[in-house]
Design a protein around this ligand. Structure first.
Ligand code: PLP
Length: 333
């Protein structure tokens, strides 16, 4: 079966399907100051918990977990992770348990839980804390927890960071196909900008554009890792998709990544990022979390200022969600 058939053939759970398609808003208030035609894809509206685009990816992953007779979803994340919330919520809905592993370079349990971490706690998953463990060691953290779960008789299923490993990336292909159905097909080249952690969301959208023969320039704005690192992960994902679907040419799908808006790094909001968050809220009523979307927003501004996105271009900014992260934001410093 070809990817485009596979992507639309899978039944989505009702709680996802009834929110689709997510709106594609015309936003001259956002685009005019940049000199572009800006459309805002509201993936943040896919759920009430800030999971956003991850809800689509999880729909495929949970089906896979159930088909493999798993009974616990294990996933690593950091304090602001909306993935942890989305996994814990999906587990509850599907009668599974979730086991969240909190780790990362400067991560420690918050003294007063707020934002996404509070939501995750309220869903009462199993939680293991591995404080100050570098994010590059997330795999070792997961292996330790999986081994413990197995010893206890459980059947764990690992949900990788970004939920982009196969078949999760299919959720982002669906997002791209949905977007394609919403855009006018007037041969206008279209820039699609989204935050990039694993790069999976951008890869999925780009795969959809390729399958539909569109002139899309998909640009991921790095939120934590360097351009080279995200490119490596994206290549892996493209290879995985090409292999899984028996369509080798998909490996060549073009996606670019931009790490000029990393600021001080993952979960280290700078004064400029806080100011951008405030500005988007005050001028546009737009909630951008300080970890993911604010970087995409600032990256878009930097790309437009450098004319890497030309004046007059049509740009789709994908609001991926994560907006409860704004409740973690510290002000006044
Ligand atoms: C709100 C939000 N946007 C974007 C991303 C990154 O998506 P991806 O891993 O597909 O690049 C994440 C997760 O890391 C996220 O929580």
């Amino acid at each position: 079966m070809k990817m485009h058939e596979l992507a639309i053939a899978r039944p989505l759970p009702d709680y996802v399907a009834q929110r689709l398609p997510t709106a594609l808003e015309e936003r001259p208030d956002l685009g005019d100051p940049l000199g572009v035609e800006l459309l805002l894809k509201r993936e943040d509206r896919l759920d009430d918990l800030g999971g956003g685009h991850k809800v689509r990816k999880l729909a495929h992953v949970v089906q896979d977990a159930l088909a493999r007779d798993a009974d616990v979803l294990v996933t690593p994340g950091s304090v602001p992770s909306s993935q942890c919330v989305a996994v814990a919520a999906a587990a509850r809905r599907h009668g599974l348990r979730a086991h969240l592993i909190y780790c990362g370079d400067h991560q420690k349990p918050p003294s007063t839980p707020s934002g996404s971490y509070l939501l995750a706690q309220l869903l009462e998953p199993s939680i293991t804390w591995m404080e100050y463990v570098p994010w590059s060691r997330w795999q070792a953290c997961v292996e330790a927890v999986v081994a413990r779960e197995r010893e206890g008789g459980a059947r764990p299923y690992v949900v990788e960071p970004g939920i982009s490993a196969w078949p999760g990336v299919l959720g982002s292909v669906e997002l791209g196909l949905e977007l394609d159905a919403q855009l006018h097909h007037d041969a206008v080249p279209t820039w699609i900008v989204a935050p990039a952690g694993s790069g999976g969301t951008c890869v999925g959208i780009a795969l959809a554009g390729r399958l539909r023969g569109r002139d899309w320039r998909v640009v991921g704005v790095c939120i934590g890792e360097s351009q080279a690192s995200v490119e490596r992960q994206a290549l892996q994902l493209r290879r995985e998709a090409a292999r899984s679907l028996g369509e080798p040419e998909l490996e060549q799908t073009k996606v670019t990544f931009f790490d000029g808006a990393l600021g001080a790094g993952y979960d280290m909001p700078t004064a400029q990022e806080q100011e951008a968050t405030r500005d988007a809220l005050q001028r546009h009523g737009l909630v951008l979390d300080p970890t993911y979307m604010v970087k995409a927003w600032r990256g878009l501004h930097a790309l437009a200022a450098a004319a890497a996105i030309p004046r007059g271009a049509r740009v789709v900014l994908v609001h991926t969600g994560g907006h409860h992260g704004i409740f973690d934001m510290r002000t006044g410093d």
